[in-house]
Design a protein around this ligand. Structure first.
Ligand code: KL2
Length: 562
């Protein structure tokens, strides 16, 4: 019976949903042995059994007090000290040393913060380090460690909009648009930069240390990418030395062309977009830096990357697809910065995606948004508008259920000199046209942006002009249990997304989408996500087989012409 149940418990969620499994777990079982995550940083809104965080005072900040595992990586890489011993022997409270990342500002950033907004910015970052501590005592179970968690492709029935599950990736051949058909797959994957792993080692204390070494992790990540074989990869946390050293060349030998944008400042990671040269050619590559020396609000080093790609062998010679990738600021308290970073990315997309006929080409936005489903930031992306009047900056991303500090978003959120309107388009383009009337600019493209700028008044309302749907629906329909895209010892939530502009008649998208598009994208299928419970059956993330603390998201689209 035990064997039977264990076997079934490893079945993917949708098989369980289909009633073929024997599972009926109650909340205490889930917390009892499945989930070392202690419900503090994570957003607990959809876990009825989740307890709320208990505040614990900020503790030590020096490395010398720590067991070797929690010291900077290089110091313990060759150590014979065993993490397993620590885990078996005691449940102890980790001193919160990390926060070297976004919590502990690098010197350069501290200097940048010395302006009048500086004190509050650095104060808020430091405050994160007073967040609650876990007492993680995860099972170091070898059987658990070596299991592979299964994921399955989910395809949409074109007529009913229902989801069909396939064992293998399989495209619905019954389509009527076959003459103009261009199908392609897109992956969004935060591959966990080694540098951030080392800076935030307290998040990975459930893992055996040998699984955390880059030379162990990279072959797994590459294998996963190879097996999923997506036509476009949007990768986050791509560490620069690893990119130059092995990531780029390995992906090139799999047939990808890679574009890369490293973060500004001292964090040596960035975003990459790679595409199969057999499927696309590059029209333009447009990096976006969210750091602005002249704007105190924008003192963070996150970046985005926007590519315009030409689908090869497509019946329409000038067809294009805009692919954007970003990793927004992590800091749960700084929704003001996150929203501004998002607006900057949307403005870049709005300047890259217009077509000669005045419409936008189909758009796909991938990334780690460090925001949970149904948060104001998420709703802004999906609904195209947000009235942020009276909204606390700590509530924008929904990462914390009860954020401390009630600072309200200012109106406007970002200063005029950023040159981005409340409708998330560059205002400078408009000015350029007025100032240089003789300049030969593409009228139709400019008009697309002008209409947007004209409708704007200074208010607490943000808008954007894309109609975006999400590939994933974030909850399993029959149970309401959340899907997770990242899972480590402090958090198990969705923060990664693939958004796309849906074509008319895309049965997977919500009603009302796609009406202003010249064609668009039809979602054919997606690689199903998992629940937190599924992931703790393989000891969370990273584990022996999955070498990031995020899962790859993969979607298959069909480009629809009109
Ligand atoms: O949550 V992430 O992990 O989407 O995978 O994005 C950020 C965090 C990433 C880049 O900044 O580093 C992680 N506590 C926990 N995680 C952190 C922190 C922190 N204080 N700072 C950065 N990260």
């Amino acid at each position: 019976m035990l064997n039977n149940c264990l076997r079934h418990s490893m079945l993917p969620h949708h098989v369980q949903r289909l009633g073929r499994g024997c599972i009926s777990w109650n909340g205490s079982q889930i917390l009892g042995w499945n989930s070392p995550v202690s419900n503090f940083m994570r957003w607990a809104g959809h876990y009825p059994w989740a307890s709320f965080p208990l505040p614990v005072p900020a503790s030590f900040s020096t490395n010398w007090r720590l067991p070797p595992f929690f010291r900077p990586w290089r110091q313990f890489q060759n150590s014979s000290w065993q993490l397993g011993n620590l885990m078996q022997s005691s449940c102890f409270r980790l001193p919160n040393t990390s926060m070297k990342s976004e919590g502990e500002e690098p010197l350069t950033k501290k200097r940048r913060l010395s302006g009048k907004h500086g004190t509050s910015a650095s104060q808020e970052e430091t405050n994160i380090s007073s967040q609650k501590e876990a007492c993680p005592a995860p099972e170091q179970n070898d059987e658990k460690q070596s299991r592979a968690v299964e994921r399955h492709w989910e395809y949409f029935c074109q007529h009913s909009g229902t989801v069909k599950i396939f064992e293998n990736k399989k495209t619905d051949q019954s389509s009527t648009e076959s003459e103009a058909k261009f199908d392609f797959t897109v992956m969004s994957y935060n591959i966990l930069s080694q540098n951030l792993l080392e800076d935030n080692s307290h998040l990975y204390n459930h893992c055996k240390q040998q699984l955390l070494i880059w030379t162990y992790r990279f072959p797994n990540i590459l294998q996963e990418i190879k097996e999923l074989d997506a036509d476009v990869l949007c990768l986050q946390e791509v560490q620069e030395d690893h990119y130059r050293g092995e990531i780029k060349s390995s992906l090139e030998s799999l047939g990808y062309h890679c574009e890369y944008k490293m973060r500004t400042g001292r964090k040596p990671d960035g975003c990459a977009i790679c595409f199969k040269t057999s499927k696309f050619s590059l029209i333009s590559s447009n990096p976006v830096e969210f750091f602005r020396r002249d704007i105190p609000l924008l003192d963070r080093d996150n970046v985005g990357l926007v590519l315009l790609l030409r689908p090869l062998f497509h019946s329409k010679a000038n067809a294009a697809i805009c692919i954007a990738n970003t990793h927004l600021l992590y800091n749960p308290r700084r929704g003001d910065i996150k929203l501004t970073q998002l607006a900057m990315l949307l403005a870049e997309i709005a300047s890259v995606a217009p077509q000669n006929d005045g419409t936008f080409c189909p758009i796909i936005i991938c990334g780690d948004f460090n925001s949970v489903p149904d948060s104001p930031l998420y709703k802004f992306i999906k609904e195209g508008k947000l009235n942020y009047e009276g909204l606390a900056i700590g509530k924008v991303s929904g990462q914390e259920e009860s954020p401390r500090g009630q600072r309200i978003l200012s109106i406007p959120i970002w200063p005029k000199k950023l040159g981005i309107s409340q409708n998330c388009v560059y205002e400078i383009k408009q000015q350029q046209k007025e100032e240089s009337p003789g300049l030969k600019l593409d009228e139709a493209k400019l008009e697309t942006q002008e209409a947007v700028v004209a409708s704007e008044k200074l208010s607490s309302k943000l808008q954007h002009h894309f109609k975006l749907s999400s590939v994933y629906s974030h909850y399993f329909p029959e149970t309401g249990i959340p899907e997770v895209t990242t899972c480590h010892s402090r958090s198990a939530v969705t923060v990664d997304y693939i958004f796309y502009s849906a074509a008319n008649g895309d049965t997977a998208a919500q009603p009302g989408t796609g009406d202003s598009f010249h064609g668009g994208l039809k979602l054919l299928g997606r690689l199903g996500l998992l629940t937190e419970k599924d992931l703790w059956t393989v000891n969370g993330l990273p584990n022996e087989k999955n070498s990031s603390d995020h899962l790859p998201l993969v979607a298959e689209f069909r480009l629809i012409e009109r």
